[in-house]
Design a protein around this ligand. Structure first.
Ligand code: AMP
Ligand code: ZN
Length: 111
């Protein structure tokens, strides 16, 4: 299986990391939808949220969201956290990740 986020998360492909923990890597989105657009990747491959029963990993990913937001200087003003799942959820890369969006006002419609 050739998964782009597996290659990035296992550092087979070099990408500048914003934050890293034992089980997560935070990078910048290649096609940002806001002035700050980060992706929290799990280092292990899970296709998406439906494919991951590991609450320890999911908790660590959310901790990484908070830590990366602080490091990126967006914590105080605020940010949005999004997990797209399957086709109608807008998922395009089938490797578990969390979007972190910030740097402009995000209205409160969700889709
Ligand atoms: P999703 O649509 O939720 O699956 O999100 C996939 C995200 O990954 C999109 O926002 C893409 O812009 C982003 N993306 C795809 N390839 C790369 C890459 N090589 N490096 C960084 N971000 C990427
Ligand atoms: Zn993967």
């Amino acid at each position: 299986m050739d998964c782009i986020f597996c290659r990035i998360a296992t550092k087979k492909m070099r990408v500048a990391a914003v934050h890293e923990t034992e089980r997560t890597l935070v990078i910048k989105d290649i096609n940002p939808q806001a002035p700050v657009h980060l992706l929290v990747l799990s280092k292990e491959h899970h296709a998406n949220l439906l494919d991951c029963k590991d609450t320890g990993l999911l908790g660590e990913m959310l901790e990484s969201v908070a830590e990366a937001a602080k490091k990126a200087g967006i914590a105080e003003k605020g940010f949005r956290t999004v997990i797209n799942t399957n086709d109608e959820g807008g998922q395009t890369v089938y490797h578990l990740h969390i979007h972190v969006l910030a740097g402009r006002p995000l209205d409160n419609r969700l889709g």
